[in-house]
Design a protein around this ligand. Sequence first.
Ligand code: URP
Ligand code: ZN
Ligand code: ZN
Length: 475
Amino acid sequence: MSVGPHDLVIRGGTVVTAADRFTADIGVTGGVITALAADLPKGAEEIDAGGLMVLPGGIDAHVHLDQPTSDGTKMADDFESGTRSAVAGGNTTVLPFVMQEKGSSLRACVEEYHRKAEGKCYTDVSFHMVVSDPSPQVLGQELPALVRDGYTSFKVFMTYDDLVLNDAELLAVFDVARREKALVMVHAEGNDAIKYMTTRLEQEGKTAPYFHAEAHAQIAEREATHRAISHAQLTDVPVVIVHVSGRDPMEQIQWARKRGMKVFAETCPQYITLTKEDLKGLNMDFEGAKYVCSPPPRDTDSQAAIWEGLRDGTFDIFASDHCPFFFDAPAETGKNNARARTSFKWVPNGIPGVETRLSILFSEGVSQGRISAERFVALTASNPARLYGLYPKKGTIAIGSDADFTLWDADRKVTISQSLLHHGADYTPYEGLQVTGWPVRTILRGQTVMQEGEISCRKPGGAYLKRGVSGMAYP
Ligand code: URP
Ligand code: ZN
Ligand code: ZN
């Protein structure tokens, strides 16, 4: 049989987009989708997707890789291990953060981060920035120039002493975002409230990891979410509230939306699978540190609220907030360090999750009948692409889009275990969780990069993606 015009034909799968599902063959030429039809002629390479879903490659819009930390703790993933873990989990694009260290030029930090990523990425990547030092030079020159160069989103923190911006600084940064049509991502937890709670708990001798969840109270997240929304309303700028953990902050977002404000929202796997009880470990021991992240997981009422928000459109995106630290090994470099054992406040905040994000949402959402497969695609690929200026090159299956796919076995039952995963961390907070639905093949611009858990490309082939203005925030 003669070979047709396509480099690759993916045959007979159920194609699922955010809007539709249908059976079709997909033709790929030069890394781009060039045909969607029944009975395409034979391709140079053929993949039989019969019995599988063909989804747009996952886009994880919130990951932390090889990021400098204030106390020098090393992250468990660099670009190589983090993106390897990402493709194993069915992702083809990730968006990590350039951390501006106080006193540093933002541009210099961006360039340094490119050096760290160069030649090491199995997925395509694009960078958000973190603005921690909004000096006149940064606000007046560097930030506008970087936005125009395609770094069209940046995060600000309302907590952590080394990152927190005060209200005047938040307003000034939001104002730059409005002028430049950039998208501000907000870590909404009130710093003073957390510090007050931390001091009180420590005075009462409550220093185990569990008390991180009490110090980072939902009240502090609710208050900061409302404050961020108010600043956004005053400055007339769209914002994204990231890693929303529970009912109270979610209601603030709904309050703003009802008033017509452009407030977008992200939630994460830890808020539908974990609760603060997990931070108790085994009888309040240090195992609880494995679940320390900010905001912390809440309770079953908040889990139910998050599901309502995932269903009704309150949440636009579902990201991992992959922020991996070692637990035990190498010794004294991660969560289980000597200082952390004296108080929860020294436990590095963050948990790994880039590899398990898709299977957790699919299993708990689609397999359990809470959301449709189309909504799953919207939350994990299409909306992240639209929100962060990558659509329609990324995030959908359409003629002209990049040929990024996850071949998905909706019936595969897997028990999540550290031994299956490809990240650099020495544990997973989801150990033992049973999921139904698993990525069996990941294809990046027409090249298979993962098959049945094995990385199948010889060297990392990910590219850096320059982004446009957010199609959702500034249509
Ligand atoms: O605990 C977390 N989430 N650490 C990651 C940094 C952040 O705030 O996103
Ligand atoms: Zn954050
Ligand atoms: Zn994060």
